[in-house]
Ligand binder design. Structure first.
Ligand SMILES: Nc1ncnc2c1ncn2[C@@H]1O[C@H](COP(=O)(O)OP(=O)(O)OP(=O)(O)O)[C@@H](O)[C@H]1O
Length: 239
């Protein structure tokens, strides 16, 4: 069996703004291996979120192809893509995206609404996920009662609850203080050790340097796909 989870070939995205096209991603080709840890870096507007949205099957490329677990995504219907996304991909966002009127157990269980598990099993799975990020004693707390680092751990538990093949994180430590950020990063490192495939968008080059693979974007172009030397990354980042 191939170890390749994702293959991008000349992947491109142009947003149409009236008559003007904004070329946000230009012919990016790379692979993501199963169990790898990939960092996407680049200055603001370089195309990081655009690429993450394509990898998460949230958006469609305008050119090129994307293969997920050997399936050519371009040839799948919206329904099939949604199914792959729901079953295989966990998302973590900088601003957590938790439902404020639900306690954290319900927030995580909500993720499992479409699973085939019954309510009792969904609850058990959600509690296990919250335990795994150290929040097993906070089940009845609401997001507003938690610190930023704890909220981000809830969103990690939510992503983990469906046991996804791939975890996509968009600046997961971006709104956290350095101590909470380090705690969240430790969870990502542990997940990677457990064999999860992780793709993380970050502005933090120290985080990028611990990844196995770095996708450096500049004005929509992919510049480098594998250096973990922070000084080298800085050169790419600031040039
Ligand atoms: N929906 C959209 N419609 C039109 N242009 C867009 C859209 N989304 C992004 N863009 C443009 O595409 C380019 C890449 O944007 P993108 O959000 O992918 O960059 P980014 O690297 O994630 O930036 P940041 O670090 O600021 O989040 C930018 O020029 C942006 O203005």
């Amino acid at each position: 069996m191939s170890d390749c989870l994702i293959e991008a070939n000349q992947l491109s995205k142009t947003y149409q703004m009236g008559k003007v096209g904004v070329s946000a991603l230009k012919k990016a080709s790379f692979t993501i291996q199963k169990g790898s840890f990939t960092a996407i870096i680049g200055t603001s507007g370089s195309g990081k979120s655009t690429l993450l949205n394509l990898l998460g099957l949230i958006d469609h490329p305008t050119d090129g192809s994307l293969t997920f677990k050997g399936l050519n995504v371009n040839q799948l219907s919206n329904y099939e893509q949604t199914k792959i996304r729901a079953e295989n991909i966990g998302f973590i966002f900088q601003s957590f995206h938790l439902v404020p009127v639900m306690n954290i157990l319900d927030n995580v269980m909500l993720q499992l609404s479409f699973s085939k598990k019954d309510k009792k099993q969904r609850k058990k799975t959600a509690i296990q996920a919250l335990n795994s990020v150290g929040l097993g004693t906070y089940l009845q707390h609401y997001p507003a009662d938690l610190s930023g680092g704890q909220r981000q751990r809830v969103s990690i538990a939510r992503a983990l609850s469906k046991d996804p093949d791939l975890i996509l994180a968009d600046e997961p430590t971006g709104s956290l203080d350095s101590k909470s950020g380090a705690g969240v990063l430790d969870i990502f490192k542990a997940l990677h050790k457990r064999g999860k495939t992780i793709i993380i968008v970050t502005h933090d080059l120290e985080i990028a340097s611990i990844a196995n693979q770095q996708l450096v974007l500049k004005d929509g172009e992919l510049l480098e796909t594998n250096t973990n030397d922070v000084e080298q990354l800085k050169k790419y980042y600031y040039r």
